[in-house]
Design a protein around this ligand. Sequence first.
Ligand SMILES: *[C@@H]1O[C@H](CO)[C@@H](O)[C@H](O)[C@H]1NC(C)=O
Length: 243
Amino acid sequence: MRIKASLASLSALVLLASSVSSRTVFSALSVNGVDQGHGVGIRVPTSNAAITDVSSNNLICNTNFIQPVSTAVIKVPAGSTVTAQFHHTSAGYVGPDPADPLDPTNKGPALAYLAAIPSATQSTVTGLKWFKIWQDGYDAETYQWGSDHVFINKGNVSFTIPSCIRSGQYLLRAESIALQNAYTYPGAQFYMSCAQIEVTNGGTASPPTVSFPGAYASNDPGIITEIYNVESYTPPGPAVFKC
Ligand SMILES: *[C@@H]1O[C@H](CO)[C@@H](O)[C@H](O)[C@H]1NC(C)=O
């Protein structure tokens, strides 16, 4: 009887564990529909585990990258559409998987940021100044989250690189946040990678910036949130920069 009970609670625990981890990795970028290849110009984390500490430097570009890290810098004309490709693991798409690109029962926003950087391949990512270029939070009319769109689009998350920003090297930080556990902190799960890009044909704009870590606070309403019965939701971080 005792053994039975503990087996039952063990399987309940396993079920719980599998349902609370979204686990997704951004590992490839397309530019105007042209796929640059898996891991090309991307710092791909080895693990699909979440970052949960908003004060950690690992929140910037993730950690424990697949080695060697790509030395490619992807050329992106300002104003072009890029697609960040998310998949369940760091291997990218490897075949049918009900949790690819993420577990569809897990809900939350998707976001994208840029930071100018002296060299897009430099390993140091602290001290950069970030601005948000896109986000997909929650649509109260369709009841769909950004994560639902990520799932429907098979992991392809598309947005525009602002046409007015300066030419030069940048890190592109694309992020998926899972909020099903975010009723307390730590609870929200942050999944991000950084792509190494060079913006060409840019303009002269200087967007207002934020820091990572720093842009997200542990008591941010976009980070401590109850996703069930939600009426509206504002993703964490600054407003989206528009030219
Ligand atoms: C996602 O993007 C890749 C690379 O550009 C493309 O091959 C694939 O067809 C896209 N999938 C969907 C569902 O749009």
